[in-house]
Design a protein around this ligand. Structure first.
Ligand SMILES: C[S@@+](CC[C@H](N)C(=O)[O-])C[C@H]1O[C@@H](n2cnc3c(N)ncnc32)[C@H](O)[C@@H]1O
Length: 202
């Protein structure tokens, strides 16, 4: 393994110091809504899904995908078909690079998650997202996305977060309204991450 690459949960993940990532930065620029690196809440998601797996072949939508490793994990591990959504299309070259590196197909979709409609959500079984609830306005937007997902026939919505207040607010509202598990989660050495998982079942 090179110093510029991490191997975790069966995936290859490039650090921003990797020559390929430097090349992408030069060619496409830097993502602007914090999608400029791999965030460790995605390790929470992978670790949680190892313990509570998805069915094989499910249709996954990752929202706020950034480099997209959460969805790529689902594709690689559960043979899921994958659509990766982000408001900032500058993330997509980094996502596609990781999908190619890990040999999985991916569809990209530039959209804000608050604009995803019920008829769009009806195309998916599972919605996932890691570290996507960091501004106050995102709390209600993500709660509403989960509500629309349930109405559209999505089976599970799974979000992870390091524990930011807007996420906690969203998760508490979801606990009152839906059949949901809201859990502290820890990822052991060498990835060393702690945070929260919200797993809503419809
Ligand atoms: C902190 S990064 C997390 C990226 C990735 N999930 C990870 O864990 O590495 C947040 C991501 O959410 C995206 N984002 C922010 N607001 C969004 C919105 N309203 N709709 C869709 N994506 C959004 C950003 O562009 C960014 O890629």
């Amino acid at each position: 393994m090179s110093d510029h690459e991490v191997h975790a949960y069966g995936l290859r993940i490039c650090k921003n110091s990797h020559p390929s990532m430097r090349r992408l930065k030069k060619e496409y620029g830097t993502p602007s809504i914090h999608g400029n690196k791999f965030w460790k809440s995605t390790f929470l998601l992978m670790d949680y899904l190892q313990e509570f797996p998805l069915e094989k072949g499910v249709r996954v939508l990752e929202v706020g995908c950034g480099y997209g490793l959460g969805g790529i994990f689902c594709s690689k591990t559960f043979d899921a078909s994958l659509t990766s959504l982000d408001a900032d299309d500058t993330v997509f070259p980094y996502l596609v690079h990781h999908a190619e590196l890990n040999e999985v197909p991916v569809e990209t979709w530039k959209c804000r998650y608050e604009r995803v409609r019920k008829q769009d959500l009806a195309e998916f079984d599972i919605v996932i997202g890691a570290d996507i609830c960091f501004w106050d306005s995102m709390s209600l937007a993500l709660f509403n996305l989960a509500r629309r997902a349930g109405q559209a026939g999505v089976q599970r919505v799974i979000f992870t977060d390091p524990g930011r207040p807007p996420f906690r607010e969203m998760a508490e509202r979801a606990m009152e309204r839906f059949d949901a598990e809201y859990t502290d989660w820890h990822v052991a050495h060498p990835h060393n991450t702690s945070g929260l998982v919200l797993d809503i079942a419809f």
